[in-house]
Design a protein around this ligand. Structure first.
Ligand SMILES: NC(=O)c1ccc[n+]([C@@H]2O[C@H](COP(=O)([O-])OP(=O)(O)OC[C@H]3O[C@@H](n4cnc5c(N)ncnc54)[C@H](OP(=O)(O)O)[C@@H]3O)[C@@H](O)[C@H]2O)c1
Length: 246
């Protein structure tokens, strides 16, 4: 397989993608679209039953490796990447999509243990996974790391400070990583999917009717669009990616 700088998901049926948080929501919809294009998949999420159900569904279309676990657990991250590399030999695309919302509390009252947990899941875990797949990407001088962010990482929304801080840190780590990977053939994208009607959003705003928001299946094609382009590393909004005709 020769991907060079362009990951052509339509032509190259052997592309390997590792997607975190793939048991529901946006991660599962991205996995469905990648599977439909023949990409081989490594998947994780904490809940084993939902992850295995997703893996079973997707294996009708492509090769799937699934390992339940927490992205905040670095042993799990290492086992996951080992398993994917053992099965497929390399990773072309890492989608760091899994995310912990954490408490919705003002920072003055925010439990600091919980802040540590949010940072481990949303910043340290994605960075750990990026570091684990990088040797294979560097060797092949090709790869894409996609870190899923939120407007809460840019805008200052009261009570969103723990989650928002973790996303802001993830965005900055992505910028630094991209600068360090300049010329390596590996691109680092940050993607804000925009508001969606998912379990995480419902947890953030209990009792609020979110039925007017797009579902994750509407947003996931933005990630295919991104891989089809050869844009330089940077920050993208799903709505803008979806506005470009395929
Ligand atoms: N929904 C929105 O409006 C919105 C807006 C902006 C950004 N985002 C971002 O979009 C991404 C996807 O969110 P979503 O709305 O699709 O959420 P979701 O429906 O709640 O799905 C989250 C997925 O991540 C998994 N997960 C959560 N914590 C994990 C952990 N520590 N380790 C491994 N897997 C974990 C979940 O499974 P388990 O619980 O079984 O682990 C599930 O598969 C997130 O990065 C989120 O921050 C969402």
């Amino acid at each position: 397989m020769n991907l060079d700088l362009d990951v052509d998901v339509d032509k190259d049926s052997r592309t390997v993608a590792l997607i975190t948080g793939a048991s529901r929501g946006l991660g599962l919809e991205i996995a469905r679209l990648f599977a439909a294009r023949g990409m081989r998949l490594g998947l994780t999420a904490r809940g084993a039953a939902a992850l295995h159900a997703a893996a079973q569904e997707l294996s009708a279309h492509t090769d799937v490796v699934a390992l339940p676990g927490d992205v905040a657990d670095q042993e799990h991250d290492a086992q996951l990447v080992d398993k994917v590399l053992e099965a497929f030999g390399h990773v072309d695309v890492l989608v760091n999509n899994a995310s912990l919302l954490g408490p919705m509390a003002e920072l003055a009252d925010y439990p600091l243990d919980a802040l540590g947990a949010v940072l481990r899941a949303n910043l340290v875990g994605p960075l750990a996974l990026a570091r684990l797949v990088l040797p294979s990407m560097r060797r092949r001088r090709s790869g894409v790391i996609v870190n899923v962010t939120s407007d809460a990482g840019v805008q200052a929304y009261p009570t969103w400070g723990g989650y928002g801080t973790s996303k802001a840190a993830l965005e900055h780590a992505s910028r630094v990583l991209a600068a360090e990977l300049e010329g390596s053939g590996v691109r680092v994208y940050v993607v804000d999917p925009g508001d969606m009607n998912t379990a995480m959003h419902r947890e953030a705003e209990p009792g609020v009717d979110l039925s007017h928001l797009p579902g994750p299946a509407t947003v996931a094609p933005a990630f295919v669009r991104l891989l089809q382009e050869t844009a330089a590393s940077g920050r993208f909004e799903a709505a803008a990616l979806l506005a470009v005709p395929v």
